[in-house]
Design a protein around this ligand. Structure first.
Ligand SMILES: [Cu+2]
Length: 84
């Protein structure tokens, strides 16, 4: 994470797959990953690394993950999580 993007770009996972996120915020302000439908929500303070264990949904499709800090989505801080 940085101002204002995710270095991974889009992510592909398998339906029902267990995912171990390692989230490093290399920026100077707080960032997060957020998608309400997927119950994804993890804040990361600047300069910190957080981990999150999460299971991908059984429903395939493309889900948008955003940074929900004010204005960050609008500045391009989004990525697609593709569930295959
Ligand atoms: Cu952000």
């Amino acid at each position: 994470m940085n101002e204002f993007s995710y270095s991974t770009g889009d992510i592909k996972v398998k339906a029902g797959e267990k995912i171990h996120f390692v989230l490093t915020n290399s920026g100077k302000v707080e960032h997060d990953i957020n998608n309400d439908e997927l119950k994804l929500d993890k804040d990361v303070q600047p300069g910190k690394t957080e981990t999150l264990d999460w299971t991908a949904p059984s429903k395939t499709g493309t889900y948008q993950i955003i940074c929900d800090k004010p204005g960050h989505k609008e500045k391009g801080m989004t990525l697609n999580l593709i569930v295959e």
